[in-house]
Design a protein around this ligand. Sequence first.
Ligand SMILES: Nc1ncnc2c1ncn2[C@@H]1O[C@H](COP(=O)(O)OP(=O)(O)OP(=O)(O)O)[C@@H](O)[C@H]1O
Ligand SMILES: [Mg+2]
Length: 738
Amino acid sequence: MSIYDTLNNEQREAVFCTEGPLLMLAGAGSGKTRSLTHRIAYLIEEKGVAPWNILAITFTNKAAQEMRERVDALVGYGSEDIWISTFHATCSRILRRHIDLLGYDRNFTIYDASDQKSLMKEVLKEMKIDTKQFPERSVMSEISSAKNEYKSPLDYRNEYGSNFRNQRIADIYEHYQKRLKENNALDFDDLLVKMVDLFQTNPDVLEHYQDRFQYIMVDEYQDTNTVQFLLVSLLAKKYRNLCVVGDDDQSIYKFRGANIYNILNFEKVFPDAQVIRLEQNYRSTQNILNAANGVIANNKGRKEKKLWTENQKGELVHFKQYDTEYDEADGVVSRINFLAMRGVQYKDMAILYRTNAQSRIFEEKLKQKNIPYAIVRGISFYDRKEIKDLMSYLKVVDSGMDDLSVKRIINVPKRGIGQTTINRLQEFAILNQMSFLDAVFNADEIPEVTRALAKLHKFADMIEEFREYASEHEISELLEHILDVTQYRAELEAEGTDESISRLEDIEELFNDIAYYEEEEENPNLRDFLAEKDMYTLNAGIDNLEDENNKVLLMTLHNAKGLEFNNVFLGGMEEGVFPGFGAMMSGDESEIEEERRLCYVGITRAKERLFLSAAKRRMLRGQTQYNRRSRFIDEIPGQYLDTEQRVSEQRVVKNTERPAKYQYGAKAGKPYNLSDFKVKPVGELDYQVGDRVKHIKFGVGTVQEITKGGRDFEVAVEFDRVGRKKMFASFAKLKKVK
Ligand SMILES: Nc1ncnc2c1ncn2[C@@H]1O[C@H](COP(=O)(O)OP(=O)(O)OP(=O)(O)O)[C@@H](O)[C@H]1O
Ligand SMILES: [Mg+2]
């Protein structure tokens, strides 16, 4: 039996059809990636193609690595000579050899996002451009889109230059390119642009690589952009052995310039293209697949295709609507616990969500239950830059003892206090045995910082003012005030990029967190709030005790593309969350369709079980919102959905009393009471006041106080080594000792 016997007829056809252009257009889980890897094996083993004549391009490093593993397993000798890499890696490798032909030095530097940003800053400064009108990030994203479309500064000017703003952007684009070149640097998008430049201006080099890569394969082709398409077409022009595989229903990167017409028009560009459609899905149960089919059928203007499977029917797709997002996370994590007890490995479970900010509550609950988890290609909520910045502000307002926090924010947002000044302050603080913040307050006495004195005074006054403000206002109001005075939020809003939007969402999520805390606690105050958050961070260390690879994976839907898991939890299935508020408000049906494709991607990641969940009430943008369940739930044909849940999932509570707008801290006259649906406190504790207990980090101490808080018991312990600490019982996991 050969490896090709494990393929179905259509897959085999794709594998055996090695010459000429080939489009494999097929739904999720139908074996596109699998066919691709077998095709590589076939080329080498049966067709005698040399491994180095094959180029396989994937979308992410993780995908490239997975493909490499699959190919290694199929192909024996010589598999290391096959080029399997991302677009960017391919380009950088080739440019290293030839970029001198474009007037760059071969040891060019590749600028990452932060390098790009600093260069753009310099450029704008040199050109005396008002960054209020032209925020660097939005200029950068405009330039990036132009590059994705393979438009030079000149093209850009010719095409869009009719208005003043675009003329200025063309100027900036031109200057930015000039500066990159002076620095002998390429930004990320340039890697592709310069490679196409190289091929178009040097036919002999192009021909060399055409001869080299006689067989080209591209996975996830639906998410390629114009410049990537150009590159592939150029390379494939001579031998025309180009095989692209993709699924137009999974095109989810329109916002990054992905051009869905690359796939829809493939047959136009290559009229002799073979088109193979795969319709059998091998990944998911019937119920999951039918649910996915039901949802995606609502998109108009798609190439009709219907996936089927011989897999078992399996469980129905579960859907549950919880009262709040905390209950949702609680429910999901309990379910994970339950499955784990029945022998399911953590790594076979994944939690997917629409936006990064949604990870926070899941993370909290997972930590509470001590379940190991990892965030894929993302940063844990409390480690994100904006959250660390704002938490540092709150810490500094509460107490200036934490030097790191002060240093973190002293020049964020930028207020012209440089590293040298910070060093001088630090030296002074050490010399006089005072905190860093006290050194700032006493800056008058430090001769070396006189030039920065005015700025330091301003900073010190601002902190003083925050402290006064804090004494009379609630935490959420304080945070709002800080964002206002520092212009932190305004700066992000001005950027208007994907990244800044994600950061703004995180900030709103922090507000939600605070709002919830203020609702829950009888006596909410800044210090306790910060202490509570510190405990989450402390707990993070415990993860390391677990098996490195056996973790529940958390990731956004975008990062889940191409992957598969036995059990998938897809949270936040609500209107305004998924589809997102922005897409709904845009009034643009194509934005809803992109969200629907994303939902299709999410559902089709699941092999055995799929748990969809939603919350009736959720803090969004600092307000309690009552969200209807997502339209995508309604689009799943009822017979595939767990109907039991449907009964309990009646329309939202009578909504007549819905608050028009919930104001932070407007304690009086609140129309609803969060404590009605709060998480139950942990059961009885097995220690009491006076007992000796042990903490994983602080060591042994004596319990001094136990108070029953809203969500949990609060325990105060006098530790022998580190003194008195207050903590939540469920986090502290204190063990009684003799
Ligand atoms: N003929 C087959 N026989 C058995 N299993 C198969 C077959 N074809 C594919 N599979 C399995 O089905 C699953 C999905 O395959 P694959 O990842 O290649 O699908 P895909 O079309 O690339 O999906 P996606 O669109 O999500 O990227 C994999 O676990 C794969 O091993
Ligand atoms: Mg795939």
